[in-house]
Design a protein around this ligand. Structure first.
Ligand code: 9J3
Length: 291
């Protein structure tokens, strides 16, 4: 090795040291609430399933391997467009996300639960399907379910019956009267809106949360002044609009939840259970969490 080569190696070493974060900046909820590092691609040509009528698979196009999967169901009279922002957001943070349309716009929560679990099976199948763009990239043991309103009721029913097949559940402004989800054994993030008139928290999200077994991680996140549609996409349908803009807050907390409980990235634990930042707490009307 001549002196020039040695010199260059020393320079490279110094550059490597200089670019290594010292006191490494860990993840934070604000960053996780913005679009993530991956480019999002999507496709809709998927193997048909009896349990739902159509679906879109969003994925992180420039991530090589190891995608956890998330399946999301819309609410009563809603379609994929009402939940599509989650597909983009979660895929940009590294997840394969299947949004689905129910067979009928009025399908009940139990049918939405079946649709969600069929979606989980579909995502697992994409890992082995000849011709799938996601072949070999999906980790079938890292699956989560989400959903809005009756889709949130379906999310909780799916987790209550099939926790062994799942790693996390995230119902948002869930709707299901007189429900008991005490058989859920996966970490569950319950998103609610303070002034939800369609699924009032006193009859829906709050008792849903309270019925969960406190022996596993659970969180109740109620948005101050939030309506039934706070976690939905903005669309042209005025009836289905979020009344406050909390996608940044919800997106950040949900990504942290999935990175911790699907991907096992422990550095996200303190973000969720170490006390939320004051600016987030200021936007909540009720919050409860246990690890
Ligand atoms: O999915 C939902 O928005 C359920 C709320 C609802 O109107 O239920 C009454 C039948």
């Amino acid at each position: 090795m001549n002196i020039t080569v040695k010199f260059r190696l020393v320079i490279l070493l110094l550059l490597a040291i200089a670019s290594t974060p010292i006191g490494a900046q860990g993840p934070d909820l604000e960053t996780l609430g913005r679009p993530g590092p991956y480019q999002v691609a999507w496709f809709t040509q998927l193997p048909p399933r009896d349990e739902f009528s159509a679906a879109t698979l969003y994925f992180p196009a420039n991530k090589g391997l190891d995608f956890g999967g998330v399946v999301i169901a819309p609410g009563f009279l809603e379609q994929q467009e009402n939940i599509s922002w989650w597909g983009n957001h979660l895929a940009s943070h590294g997840f394969a996300v299947l949004t689905l349309d129910t067979n009928e716009l009025r399908d009940d929560p139990a049918l939405r639960a079946e649709a969600l679990m069929a979606g989980v099976a579909l995502l697992r199948g994409e890992n082995t399907r000849q011709g799938s763009g996601l072949r070999g990239k999906i980790l079938g043991d890292r699956m989560a379910v989400m959903g809005h309103s009756m889709g949130g009721g379906g999310t909780l029913l799916a987790a209550n019956a099939h926790s062994a097949e799942l790693k996390a559940a995230i119902p948002f402004t869930s709707w299901l009267p007189d429900a008991d989800f005490s058989a859920v054994t996966v970490p569950t993030l319950v998103i609610a809106g303070e002034i939800d008139r369609i699924a009032p928290v006193a009859d829906h999200a709050w008792p849903h949360y309270q019925s969960l077994n406190a022996a596993q991680p659970r969180m109740y996140l109620e948005i101050g002044g939030g309506n039934h549609f706070i976690a939905n996409s903005e669309t042209d349908n005025a009836r289905l609009q979020p009344n406050v803009d909390v996608h940044d807050l919800l997106g950040g907390v949900a990504v942290a939840w999935l990175k911790l409980f699907l991907d096992g990235e422990e550095e996200h634990r303190a973000l969720l259970f170490g006390g939320l930042p004051n600016d987030i707490q200021g936007r909540l009307s009720r919050f409860e969490a246990s690890e």
